[in-house]
Design a protein around this ligand. Structure first.
Ligand SMILES: O=C(Nc1ccccc1F)[C@H](C1CCCCC1)n1c(-c2ccc(Cl)cc2)nc2cc(F)c(F)cc21
Length: 232
């Protein structure tokens, strides 16, 4: 049985990324807002565009803390941000949904989101993903590293130097793999399950444009930043 050990450098890398991930939390807690009041489809859509816009800004700040990211070609940095923003937003939403809450709160939150204005057809795949993330009971280091691995996906559109991105992603995957073995010793397949969620995440993210334009209301307005990042 090989002894899995996280090196000093990997420990330092994990700390930088986890601290940055926690620092760049979403300004106001959207779950709290949704639990406080019931909003109309229009108000929910506005809340979503505000949250998604601030999430992109938070993502840009977060990536500045990924060792090596700023050394990548500038246009590749943009391509990685543009290519991962939607997935990072759904991953963050899943982590918000999976947070431990007082009993009954998750059910209320789910109900509010079901009734928020999202078209019926997207609700099941979205909550299936949220619940599959919840079942993993990720520690915050795993959440931070999983988001980092998602950002450092080499085959995003328009990435020129894929090898450079691949090298960075492999560095993060190695730390994440060791962390999974150490955190979930009873589940040798845990790391594989975790990466499997990224496939589910990519599939869900394919629907994001449809989910937005089919929001049950007329005249969907988007911020300029969202027009850039979300294909709307
Ligand atoms: O704000 C949101 N997500 C979000 C964005 C950036 C950072 C953090 C976030 F949680 C929206 C709200 C917006 C207001 C109406 C209800 C859904 N949201 C989604 C979501 C995201 C995108 C589409 Cl197309 C459909 C639903 N899934 C959620 C699960 C939750 F547990 C949660 F608390 C909020 C969630």
């Amino acid at each position: 049985k090989e002894k899995v050990e996280i090196t000093k450098e990997q420990q330092a890398l994990m700390k930088i990324i986890t601290d940055a991930y926690n620092r760049h939390q979403i300004p106001q807690d959207v779950a709290k807002k949704l639990l406080q009041d019931q909003y109309s489809a229009e108000e929910n859509f506005l809340l979503l565009t505000e949250m998604a816009t601030s999430q992109v800004q938070v993502l840009v700040e977060f990536t500045k803390n990924i060792p090596g990211f700023l050394s990548l070609d500038r246009e590749d940095q943009i391509a990685l941000l543009k290519g991962s923003a939607v997935e990072a937003m759904f991953l963050r939403s899943a982590q918000v949904f999976s947070r431990k809450m007082p009993s009954g709160h998750t059910e209320v939150l789910e109900e509010r989101i079901r009734k928020s204005g999202i078209s019926e057809e997207f609700i099941t795949p979205m909550f299936n993903f949220y619940k599959s993330i919840g079942e993993l009971h990720m520690v915050q280091e795993e959440q931070a590293l999983l988001t980092t691995v998602t950002i450092l996906t080499p085959d995003r559109p328009y990435v020129k130097d894929q090898q450079a991105v691949e090298r960075l992603q492999e560095t993060m995957l190695d730390v994440l793999r060791k962390l999974c073995v150490l955190q979930h010793p009873q589940e040798p397949q845990y790391f594989a399950r975790l990466l499997g969620r990224l496939t589910e995440l990519r599939t869900l993210s394919h629907y994001h444009t449809e989910m937005l334009v089919s929001w049950r209301m007329n005249d969907h307005k988007f911020t300029p930043l969202l027009c850039e990042i979300w294909d709307v």
